[in-house]
Design a protein around this ligand. Structure first.
Ligand code: SF4
Length: 350
């Protein structure tokens, strides 16, 4: 892995959406999906991105793919500002950055054969001559673990969920991309199929040297596939760490980490003897106080966004945004609990 080469830089990116206050209301309000996010994706790494639903993970993915524009800040891909891309430059960018979708059932056009689906990006980007299309589609399908002859002539409804996700991966890799954004690629699949898809992703990452942004709320899977893990909360990165550190935190071994990361880890269902008898999972937070805050008025806090839910909160947390603190190599936390002898970065770049 080229550890130091940065393929994508996200600099101070914010995204605001203007929505109607009510169904019959003409008044609008702003919702902040991303708040001053800065992140660097290194070439040939798998960067895991975790956080609860609605924290801004998929919004960040859409901005990196160039499907939407940031309200503030900028995103550079291989040194080029995405907002400046037009015409042929934009087409070249689309070839280099691809996406694997969450739902393998709705992400494939049911009216088209697998050959039509996978050959489309090959034709659009002129990747191989027309006479070679069929052979290239077969090669991509085999690379994704689909070996049956004539499989490319079938329609999506003839495949299982796992097979469809393999087809989605084959389509994403057709343009030989440098960066693949995977948004919950296994969450719609059975557990045994999840393992096959994860092994496929790891094999392909190693053999084709692709860079991945792997978005998921499944923490054990993220630890298994990623080289680094970033934790998001309410549109902001709160912690980023190497996978080894993330593994220690997950196993409950005593390592310093952000209170929200702690909350996220404890929310993972842990089977207990009682739970297995009645067929349900139970989490540490079922046993402790669940401090959920529904009100959106907390979104406009001038300080730490986790303040209303944090058991360690102080007045300083309410008033001041925490700056990033690198507590060990590659492990950065945005929290006032960490104001140390450790090196303070002074910016929010991680
Ligand atoms: Fe909790 Fe304060 Fe840290 Fe935010 S800055 S996570 S409120 S201790």
């Amino acid at each position: 892995m080229h550890k130091d080469e940065i393929i994508c830089t996200i600099q101070g990116v914010s995204k605001l959406y203007r929505v109607k206050k009510g169904f019959f209301s003409a008044k609008t309000m702003e919702i902040q999906a991303l708040d001053n996010v800065s992140l660097k994706v290194r070439r040939q790494e798998i960067l895991g991105l975790v956080g609860e639903s609605g924290c801004g993970k998929s919004t960040l993915a859409r901005l990196i793919l160039g499907l939407e524009k940031p309200s503030a800040g900028k995103i550079n891909f291989e040194g080029i500002d995405l907002s400046a891309l037009k015409g042929d430059h934009l087409k070249r960018f689309r070839k280099k950055v691809q996406m694997v979708f969450q739902d393998p059932f709705s992400s494939l056009n049911p009216k088209k054969t697998i050959f039509q689906i996978i050959s489309q990006p090959l034709r659009i980007h002129g990747i191989c001559p027309r006479s070679e299309l069929r052979r290239e589609v077969r090669r991509l399908l085999e690379m994704a673990g689909l070996h049956n002859p004539g499989i490319e002539n079938r329609y999506p409804h003839e495949f299982s969920g796992g097979q469809r996700q393999r087809i989605g991966i084959a389509r994403a890799l057709a343009t030989r991309p440098d960066l693949v954004v995977m948004d919950e690629p296994t969450s719609a699949l059975d557990v045994s199929i999840q393992a096959q898809i994860i092994n496929l992703i790891l094999d392909l990452q190693e053999s084709r040297n692709i860079t991945c942004l792997f978005i998921s709320h499944d923490l054990p899977i993220v630890e298994f596939v990623s080289h680094r893990v970033a934790v998001m909360y309410k549109g902001a990165i709160v912690e980023i760490m190497p996978k080894e550190r993330f593994g220690l935190v997950q196993k409950g071994l005593d390592t310093p980490h952000h209170p929200y990361t702690d909350f996220l880890m404890k929310s993972v269902p842990v089977p207990t003897p009682e739970a297995s008898m009645c067929g349900t999972g139970q989490t540490d937070h079922d046993l402790e106080e669940p401090f959920e805050v529904k009100s959106s008025r907390w979104d406009n806090l001038s300080g730490c966004k986790f303040y209303p839910r944090c058991p360690h909160a102080t007045q300083k947390c309410k008033d001041e945004k925490p700056l990033p603190v690198e507590i060990s190599q590659g492990h950065t936390i945005f929290c006032h609990l960490f104001t140390p002898s450790d090196k303070e970065l002074g910016t929010n770049e991680v």
